[in-house]
Structure formats: structure tokens, C-alpha cells
Design a protein around this ligand. Structure first.
Ligand code: GLU
Length: 301
């Protein structure tokens, strides 16, 4: 029997604005899970989508995490760095040369014709899978998803999951029409290269997990355990986000922010004197609730 890998978790914010309460919930859950396993906790700045990067947001996020008592155990990775871009290029070229990735000429408008399915996706109809239509040029690049692939996994919060990626999502974009690498490619390349064993993040990414596992499998990497924690919603039921005007957290009141995030995760309020007191108590409770989840199956039976 091989020994289990030592725990490595991460928080991967996009620097499109300061942290709001919803992002603190994801940060806190990933931090507590790592700490309660005596694991490492990394911070990665997901600035792959350069048009959405806001100047100064990264510095603000790092300062906010510091104020909340969450410190990364290793150097901060940035997706925009030359080293990472080189790695994405290398993977992209390898997959393209092997025929795993193909050029797609379809425009956004053409793809809007496909109806949205029960999973909230417009599955790619495969138009360019066997070659570009005559006279058309590649705009984006898609991964050829194996036709028979039902991805099954256990989510430590949401329970058993499965997705027939080819039918429900179809061949998905790994390089966008503007030339940028897609989030799905970058996030998997980074998680694999950083040796991430545990992904704890917001529930909005639960539906991306199966397609990410297709990439983990392609890289022959051992899939991580996953946990998708609840999102904070606005009064009209939308995910609280920078786009819909979520306020930045108040850095002068870190304990109240941590407590609000803690309660959003379904825990009872605690009487705490300081940020470190909060983390000490929260870690014990987290461990009591999720400690056994560590061994929850995450394989594809
Ligand atoms: N960068 C993504 C976000 O800010 C999170 C990606 C992930 O945790 O996999 O929503």
C-alpha cells in the first residue's frame, strides 16, 4: 500500500477586485481544512483572464488575507508569470500535436443557437470536431472529450456526483478566441504542478470539476479530493460576486468577518477574543465535522 500524499490545499482568487464575504468563505474553508490536516495551504493568483484583472487587486487580497490571519505556506504563484504561461503553451502544443485538442471556427453567436440543457450548459455540438468547415479558420481550441466518459467523484460537501462530460458539456475550450488559455487548462496545470491533494472552493465550480478531472486523467495525475462549499447569495438569489457589487470586507473588523464566513458555512457563532483565537477554535470544530471526510472516496469507480 502506498502512503497517502501529504495534504496540500490552496486558495485561488482572481484579482478582479478585493475579497468580499463570499470569497472569504472559500478562503476560510480551504484554510481550515488544510490546517486541520496539518497540511500546507497555498495561495495562487488566478490572473489568467488579463482583461478582468484590476490593478492593485492582488495587493489588496493579500493584505486582506493577512488581516484575517491566513498566511500562505509557500511562494505565491501567478498565472500570468512567464513560467506558467510557458507551461500552458507546452501542454497546449502537446495536446494539439497529439490531436487531443482541435481548432474550432464557431463564433459565440453560432454557439448561442444551442439550447441550454438541464446542467445549465450549451453542449458543444461538435461542429469542428472532424475538421474546420470549408473556408473557415480556427478561433478557439477545444479538447476532444472521450465520448463514453462519465466522470464520477465524491464531493465532501455535496456528496456523490457524476457528469457525462461529452453529452452534457461537449468538447470544451482550452484556448480562447482571444489567444488566452482558458481557466480549465490553467487551473488543472497549476493544481497538478503544485501537487494539490485537496481542492476546497465555492459551489459555483462544482459543475467544472468533471471537465477538470478529464484533464487530470489526461495528465495521468492522481485526482485530488474536492469539497465545494456554499456560496453567499444576494437577496435575489444570485451568487455574491464582484460583478454584482459585493462590498469588500471591512479589514478593520477581521473577527466579525471571519465569524460571518464561519456562520455562512453552517457553524454556530463562537465567543472569540482575537483572530488567532478564532482560528484555534474553528480548526477544532472543523476537524470534528469534516475530519473523517479525508478518506471519502474521490476515485472514478
Ligand atoms: N479563480 C477562481 C475564482 O476566483 C477560483 C478557481 C478555483 O478555486 O479553482 O472564482
Amino acid at each position: 500500500m502506498t502512503a497517502p500524499l501529504p495534504y496540500v490545499g490552496r486558495f485561488a482568487p482572481s484579482p478582479s477586485g478585493p475579497l468580499h464575504l463570499g470569497s472569504v468563505v472559500a478562503a476560510l474553508a480551504s484554510y481550515l481544512d488544510a490546517r486541520s490536516r496539518a497540511g500546507r495551504w497555498l495561495v495562487r493568483i488566478e490572473d489568467i483572464d488579463t482583461p478582468r484583472t484590476v490593478a492593485g487587486a492582488e495587493a489588496t487580497i493579500l493584505r486582506q488575507l493577512e488581516a484575517l490571519g491566513m498566511r500562505a505556506d509557500g511562494p505565491i504563484w501567478r498565472q500570468s508569470s512567464e513560467a506558467r504561461q510557458q507551461r500552458y503553451r507546452e501542454l497546449f502544443r502537446r495536446w494539439r500535436d497529439q490531436g487531443q485538442v482541435y481548432g474550432c471556427a464557431c463564433t459565440r453567436r453560432e454557439l448561442q443557437q444551442v439550447p441550454v440543457n438541464a446542467s445549465g450548459e450549451r453542449p458543444y455540438p461538435g461542429t469542428c470536431r472532424n475538421g474546420l468547415p470549408y473556408g473557415r479558420q480556427a478561433r478557439s481550441w477545444r479538447l476532444r472529450v472521450p465520448d463514453d466518459r462519465v466522470v464520477r467523484f465524491h464531493d465532501r460537501w455535496a456528496g456523490p456526483q457524476h457528469q457525462h462530460v461529452a453529452l452534457e458539456v461537449g468538447d470544451f475550450v482550452v484556448r480562447r478566441a482571444d489567444g488566452l488559455f482558458a481557466y480549465q487548462l490553467a487551473v488543472v496545470a497549476d493544481d497538478v504542478d503544485q501537487g494539490i491533494t485537496d481542492i476546497v472552493r465555492g459551489a459555483d465550480l462544482l459543475s467544472s470539476t468533471a471537465r477538470q478531472f478529464v484533464l487530470w486523467d489526461l495528465l495521468q495525475a492522481s485526482r485530488p479530493r474536492v469539497m465545494h462549499v456554499p456560496l453567499i447569495c444576494t437577496d435575489d438569489g444570485r451568487k455574491l460576486s464582484k460583478q454584482n457589487g459585493a462590498p469588500a470586507i471591512d479589514e478593520t473588523r477581521p473577527v466579525s468577518t471571519l465569524m460571518a464566513a464561519w456562520q455562512a458555512l453552517g457553524f454556530a457563532a463562537m465567543d472569540v477574543a482575537s483572530v488567532s483565537d478564532f482560528h484555534g477554535q474553528a480548526m477544532i470544530r472543523w476537524q470534528q465535522r469534516f475530519g473523517d471526510g479525508h478518506e471519502a472516496g474521490h476515485s472514478d469507480p
